[in-house]
Design a protein around this ligand. Structure first.
Ligand code: ADP
Length: 270
């Protein structure tokens, strides 16, 4: 890629000498472009439901003598309003968490409780599709972190697993400790993600299939939120997926800062 430089030339006194300052602007321009895209995306995501709401309101005004139509259209208005609420709520969560410093005062978080809580929030949606929710028994694991944020991350993963899976499949959540980390995985038997999209699904507003995502009520921000929550915990989120057979998302939380330091510590060169 081409680099962009801003060049400034200033005369140095009256003796014909000039000072040339060249500043690499490439990164700043890239950040500007990302910000512009993000704002354009937000505008689009907010304007779509607002546009639908105003159209529906107009239609209702015209159909005021048809109670069935009024009922149908007000139902649609409620859907659009809740879509708008979801986008706004996700934007608030994202702006709070992205760019935040790594957590200063993490507290002990019971992993089994967070899993149970996340599963509870999707139970109704899972039942409606005959999807079996399986938690791999009690792990007894404890991690250091922010309970509310970890619950949000896991809730986003299990609700995606249910949303992007066909009827009568299984979504399982399990937790295990490795030497350096606690790993919480959400595995589904859903539609999967094409290889070329795998890296991009964590980007804000990126969707593999916009139409499908819209019909599931998705905002396109869920995985970006998960990624930022994990960064905030000095952890990471990874994904494995096979189109047509399913996906597994894994949250990896470092066991403790101390463990990280011992690993980094190398004998001083002599
Ligand atoms: P959305 O609100 O659209 O679900 P996310 O950020 O949560 O947004 O996910 C981004 C995209 O990644 C989704 O639109 C979907 O295409 C894909 N995706 C996420 N989770 C899964 C999954 N478990 N199975 C298949 N596709 C998924």
């Amino acid at each position: 890629d081409a680099a962009t430089f801003a060049v400034r030339v200033a005369p140095l006194g009256g003796n014909g000498l000039v000072l040339v300052l060249a500043e690499d602007q490439t990164e700043r321009l890239r950040v500007d472009a990302v910000r512009r895209d993000f704002v354009a995306n937000i505008s689009h995501e907010l304007k779509t439901p607002v546009g639908a709401l105003s159209l529906l309101a107009e239609t209702i005004a015209d159909a005021s003598d048809d109670p069935d139509a009024v009922r149908r259209f007000t139902g649609r208005m409620q859907q659009e309003a809740s879509r708008l609420t979801n986008v706004i709520q996700d934007l608030i969560t994202l702006s709070r968490i992205q760019g935040a410093e790594p957590m200063a005062e993490p507290t002990e978080v019971d992993v089994d409780e967070v899993i149970e809580e996340a599963l509870d929030t999707v139970r109704t949606a899972a039942d409606a599709k005959g999807i079996e929710l399986a938690a791999g028994g009690t792990s007894g694991l404890v991690v250091m972190g922010d309970e509310g944020l970890l619950a949000t991350a896991l809730r986003n993963l299990v609700s995606n697993a249910v949303a992007y899976s066909p009827q009568r499949t299984r979504v399982s959540v399990s937790a295990e400790a490795t030497e350096q980390a606690v790993e919480i995985s959400v595995a589904d038997q859903g539609i999967g993600i094409p290889p070329q999209d795998l890296e991009r699904v964590f980007e804000r507003f990126y969707r593999v299939d916009a139409a499908r995502s819209r019909s599931t009520g998705g905002t396109g921000l869920g995985l970006a939120i998960v990624k930022h929550i994990m960064t905030h915990h000095r952890g990471e989120v990874t994904v494995w997926s096979k189109e047509g057979s399913g996906s597994t998302f894994t949250l990896r939380l470092p066991l403790s800062e101390g463990a990280e330091h011992t690993e980094d510590a190398e004998p001083a060169p002599t």
